[in-house]
Design a protein around this ligand. Structure first.
Ligand code: SF4
Length: 101
């Protein structure tokens, strides 16, 4: 049995969420990290939870798997809607995305 590692920033676990109000539906995030993001039939991107179902609740977040961290970060940087947010689990501080310092 393997234990899935999660993305870290300075050793901190990270999670990612999408603000669908700003999503343009271009699908760039899905191209970068299809394991984490998916376009729904409404044309907007959502994060994928356990069992790969889409989490449609506003602000729903999922852990960032460490092997996918660079892909998720690239998604946040390239997202034309500036609506992909990567934050620390511990204090919810954004480390990548439009609200990162
Ligand atoms: S890259 Fe951003 S704007 Fe484009 S589909 Fe993904 S979340 Fe939406």
């Amino acid at each position: 049995m393997s234990v899935q590692q999660e993305g870290t920033a300075g050793g901190e676990a990270l999670e990612v969420w999408i603000d669908q109000d700003l999503c343009t539906g271009d699908g760039i995030c899905v191209q970068y990290a299809p394991e984490v993001f998916e376009l729904d039939i409404d044309g907007l991107a959502y994060v994928r939870g356990e069992g790969e179902e889409l989490l449609r609740a506003p602000g729903a977040s999922v852990p960032v798997p460490l092997p996918l961290l660079s892909d998720v970060v690239d998604s946040a940087r390239e997202c034309p809607g500036e609506c992909i947010h990567v934050r620390r689990v511990s204090d919810r501080a954004e480390v990548y995305g439009p609200d990162a310092e």
